[in-house]
Design a protein around this ligand. Structure first.
Ligand code: HDE
Length: 702
């Protein structure tokens, strides 16, 4: 049960009774053989694990070999169906702590006491691709958090974008069929750049806002650790007095938010399909625990109709300039899973896993989700007992009269599995003040209406917020969005689909965007959209460039060197970068030691797309080798093209000259003094990209 934290975190592990209970629970389920004999599933010791039982050394295998049969049968059934969406994911354990009591707004126990650490398990995912697809594709990211609270499991199953493609759950299968790889040939893997996706969204204008988000840099996160998360739907907070307020949930990465460039994302998909997974895993192993603050936009019940759009419509945001995001707590991811399958693959999230003090609204997308997530687990995880899988078990007791079913783990004792009963004195009973309190009660929203299939008129405006988003972008982001539409639509084979996106969708939220995309596709200049949205009041909070936070903590920096480079310089650079919290890696043409230091990777094995900045180390001989290496020249050229901060110390400048980098370019610092060169370099890395270099970067080969 969640309780007061009694001790300091042990080696970064969650502490306090709830965390202890979850660890004990997982510990009981762990198999960690040491000093143990190899045995069958029935516990029989195995004498030979190398050879099948045969009739003679060269004879046929015998059916009698129960050891071989058991082993292979189990192996044959190792796979379970992957998730229909969000199949590709990575996860981590952690803890959540509220900064101050939220009792004024909600009675949820895990949001009351700042000293309580609630264990969490968080799974990040892409949506479109299968389980083995690449991490860096252009896509929405799932951001699902399971809180093991004292009152039961609470799942906040969100995305890294605050809106969705459709307004009603009944359209979800249509949307997913359209975006998934196409039926005849299962192409493309991991992307939306194909006919069926664009056909669907060109015919469904409610998708315009979300499609725009997916064409933006938000769809290309630099790291799962630096993504924002959103609950998307409007939920409710209910306090102990029964006062209800509406709430939107936000996750804010403490390190700020950054994106990849499209060229990097595409290359990474080939060079390291596990780029995000690896980054998350390595950061946690290093002790650079990812931190996310939980924010809420709280709306008084009386204000719910004052926004000019419907809070139940999941294609709308509440601009934070109108309702500020109140930061209420922090989640720290501090432990990698022990076993990908047992934990990450079997974790079962559900927006319907909710605790007293939080409640649903009538958002028709959310209402449909409340059905879908249990249903999907029944086929993925093989029956209704998936809550007994260790990663899914609550830390609070889950006592009830449910029985049996596939894979039942609990041995229920006693005759009475019904209520009321006299044979077990009526136990277990609903919460009553005499027994315990805290039973879940739905917010008593007054209801009346005609049974009808209709979309509320208040959901009808599909373009104003797309216009708001686009108008809130910086020039750089607008350029990226334009190129993304051109790229994606360029992959669409049917000209009428391309034209429909431009003329029926883009023209309705931005005439310039529509015209530039049309030009790039060779389409005639579009006319004015029939439902064109006008000028909006921009929301600066929507621009990712305003989400960059100062500092270089956890940023990966390549220290490029070769045998003959100056060891003292390398050490100086390393310690200066580490002092700022960055992660410097020594990168060289081969893994041969340089002045006694072993390189972390080769230039060819770890290209500059995997780094946030590049320092070329000094030393005459090393610099000469680097200048002669095609891989090394490509390394710095690509970093330059991708607008990364570059520094060269002493003779290291030879490599920049050999690569013919434009002279005096922004974000390139050179010189002999380590401190003087690194100061502007570190500042530039902290800004993420050297945007002012865009023009000169275009002249350099990618
Ligand atoms: Fe999901 N979604 N979804 N979704 N979703 C699933 O559940 C579904 C929606 C989200 O890491 C599935 O266990 C319907 C919105 C995440 O395991 C499935 C509708 C948002 C994850 C399902 C939606 C999400 C899922 C597939 C429309 C953002 C991955 C496997 C009514 C707020 C969780 C599974 C994880 C997964 C159904 C729309 C987020 C099939 C029917 C909106 C992060 O049940």
């Amino acid at each position: 049960m969640t309780g007061k934290s009694t001790s300091k975190p042990r080696n970064g592990q969650p502490s306090g009774p709830a965390a202890d209970l979850k660890s004990q629970d997982l510990e009981r389920s762990r198999a960690r053989p040491k000093n143990e004999a190899l045995r069958t599933n029935q516990g029989v010791k195995i004498a030979d694990n190398q050879n099948t039982l045969r009739a003679g050394a060269r004879g046929p295998s015998l059916l009698e070999d129960f050891i071989m049969r058991e082993k292979i049968t189990h192996f044959d059934h190792e796979r379970i169906p992957e998730r229909i969406v969000h199949a590709r994911g990575s996860a981590a354990h952690g803890v959540f702590q509220v900064y101050e009591s939220m009792a004024e707004y909600t009675k949820a126990a895990f949001l009351q006491d700042p000293s309580v650490q609630t264990p969490v398990y968080v799974r990040f995912s892409t949506v479109q691709g299968p389980r083995g697809s690449a991490d860096t594709v252009r896509d929405v990211r799932g951001f699902a958090t399971k809180f093991y609270t004292s009152e039961g499991v609470y799942d906040l199953v969100g995305n890294n974008m605050p809106v969705f493609f459709i307004q009603d759950a009944i359209k979800f299968p249509d949307f997913v069929h359209a975006v998934k790889p196409e039926a005849p040939n299962e192409m493309p893997t991991g992307g939306s750049a194909h006919d069926t996706f664009w056909d669907f969204v060109s015919l469904v204008p409610e998708s315009a806002h979300m499609v725009l988000w997916t064409m933006s840099d938000r769809a290309l996160p630099r790291s799962l650790r630096t993504m924002e998360g959103f609950g998307v739907h409007t939920f409710r907070f209910v306090n102990a007095k029964g006062v209800m307020r509406l709430v939107k949930f936000h996750w804010r990465p403490v390190l700020g938010s950054y994106s990849l460039l499209w060229d990097e994302a595409q290359k990474l998909a080939g060079k390291d399909p596990d780029f995000h997974r690896r980054d998350l895993w390595e950061a946690i192993e290093r002790g650079d625990y990812p931190e996310f603050e939980l924010g809420v936009q709280v709306i008084e019940e009386k204000d719910q109709d004052s926004f000019g759009f419907d809070l139940l419509d999941p294609t709308k945001i509440v601009p934070e300039e109108i309702v500020p995001v109140k930061i209420i707590g922090k989640m720290t991811l501090n432990r990698n899973p022990d076993n990908f399958f047992a934990e990450t693959e079997q974790v079962a999230f559900h927006p319907g896993h909710i605790v007293p003090g939080i409640d649903f609204t009538n958002d028709p997308l959310l209402q449909g989700r409340l059905f879908s997530y249990t249903d999907t687990q029944i086929s993925r995880l093989g029956g209704p007992n998936f809550h007994e899988i260790p990663i899914n078990r609550p830390v609070s007791p889950n006592v009830n009269n449910q029985r049996d079913g596939m894979h039942r783990q609990t041995i229920n004792v006693g005759q009475a599995s019904y209520q009321p009963n006299s044979l077990n004195d009526d136990w277990p009973v609903e919460t009553k003040p005499s027994v315990s309190d805290g039973g879940f009660e739905s917010f008593p929203e007054p209801m009346e209406g005609t049974k009808i299939r209709v979309r509320s008129e208040s959901f009808a405006d599909h373009f104003s917020q797309a216009a708001l988003f686009y108008q809130s972008m910086s020039d750089v982001e607008k350029e990226h969005i334009t190129l993304a539409y051109q790229f994606e639509l360029g992959k669409v084979t049917k000209p009428e689909i391309r034209a429909r996106v431009v003329n029926e969708i883009l023209t309705n939220f931005d005439a310039d965007l529509a015209a530039t995309v049309a030009e790039g596709l060779g389409l005639p200049k579009p006319g004015k959209g029939a439902r064109a949205a006008g000028k909006q009041t921009p929301s600066p909070a929507l621009s990712l460039l305003n989400r960059v936070r100062p500092g270089v903590k956890t940023r990966k920096i390549a220290m490029v060197a070769a045998p003959g480079s100056d060891g003292a310089v390398i050490k100086g650079v390393q310690s200066a970068l580490k002092a700022q919290g960055a992660t410097p890696l020594l990168i060289a043409p081969t893994l041969a030691a340089i002045d006694g230091m072993n390189p972390d990777a080769t230039i060819a094995g770890m290209p500059s797309i995997m780094f946030d900045g590049v320092v070329v180390c000094g030393g005459e001989q090393g610099a000469k080798t680097l200048a002669q290496s095609g891989d090394a020249r490509h390394f710095v050229l690509e970093a330059f093209r991708h607008l990364k901060a570059i520094a060269a110390l002493g003779a290291g400048n030879e490599l920049l000259n050999a690569a013919h980098l434009p002279a005096n370019a922004d974000g390139v610092s050179t010189g002999d003094d380590v401190d003087a060169v690194l100061k502007p370099f570190i500042e530039a890395v902290g800004k993420h990209r050297v945007w002012s270099r865009r023009k000169s970067a275009e002249s350099v080969p990618a």
